[in-house]
Design a protein around this ligand. Structure first.
Ligand code: PEP
Length: 257
């Protein structure tokens, strides 16, 4: 939308090992170069598994590739006896710009609560990482409360105590649309994105709300990206399955409204 640089973000989930990551990022870079993709058209970010990040960093830094990257999660703690966890400090050291927080798979499969999501947002901010904060309703929530209620409540909870001067990206991802092939309609995405922007305005002020990017996620592909991008409150996409196919992801990144 006006004055907000679109962000197209690929969440690889637990796919692509570090060798596959290198091949993918190289192909993505070629595709961007071939399309003479101007950085201002859309920012591109990938979210590989943690074990790929060092390889991605090396590749991106060596050729100054116009590709941002980040972790799919981080610990709410900075260091210590938290076996298996990854600190935001480690991500920042690998030049991650972003970190996904509160993805529905973390909330559902790992029981992440709104309070934990909030603590992770604060941890990201402590380390200079931009949270890509995921919110979204299940099919049951949708039926019982409509589309906006749960995402709005999740956003409010996640923003408690945040530093408003630091950038946040919000991703609206209806759980029923993730990996289902059944995307929300652009109108549905717009309606919830507008409600989320209203919450940002209330909690962080109009100016910050106006510059915060709100992404849509849930079965985005090359064939439907343009329709989402035409909506005034949708500023990009968080892409799961389609971010693993280089041709499909390249086409999404090069969307034309
Ligand atoms: C996601 O997991 O963030 C996602 C949007 O997945 P998909 O694009 O596969 O629906």
């Amino acid at each position: 939308a006006v004055n907000r640089t679109p962000l197209i973000a690929g969440n690889w989930k637990m796919n692509l090992d570090h060798l596959q990551a290198i091949a993918f990022v190289q192909k993505l870079a070629w595709s961007l170069a071939e399309a003479k993709h101007a950085p201002a058209d859309a920012e591109v970010a990938v979210f590989p598994p943690f074990t790929d990040l060092r390889s991605v960093q090396t590749l991106v830094a060596a050729d100054s590739l116009p590709i941002a990257y980040g972790g799919q999660d981080l610990s709410a703690h900075d260091s210590g006896a938290y076996t298996g966890e990854i600190s935001g400090a480690f991500l920042a050291q690998l030049d991650c710009a972003y970190v996904i927080i509160g993805h529905s798979e973390r909330r559902t499969l790992h029981g992440e609560t709104d309070a934990e999501v909030n603590a992770k947002v604060l941890a990201a901010q402590r380390h200079g990482l931009v949270p890509v904060l995921c919110v979204g309703e299940t099919a049951e929530d949708l039926e019982q409360h409509g589309a906006s209620a749960v995402p709005v409540a999740q956003l409010r909870a996640a923003l408690a105590g945040v530093d408003a001067s630091k950038e946040i990206v919000v991703a609206y991802e209806p759980v029923w649309a993730i990996g289902s092939g059944q995307a929300a309609t652009p109108e549905q995405a717009e309606q919830v994105a507008a409600a989320l922007r209203g919450v940002l305005a209330e909690l962080l002020g109009d100016e910050i709300a106006a510059r915060t990017r709100i992404l849509y996620g849930g079965s985005v592909k090359a064939a439907n990206i343009a329709a989402f991008m035409r909506e005034p409150n949708v500023d990009g996409a968080l892409v799961g399955g389609a971010s693993l196919d280089i041709d499909e992801f390249s086409a999404i990144v090069r969307f034309k409204k």
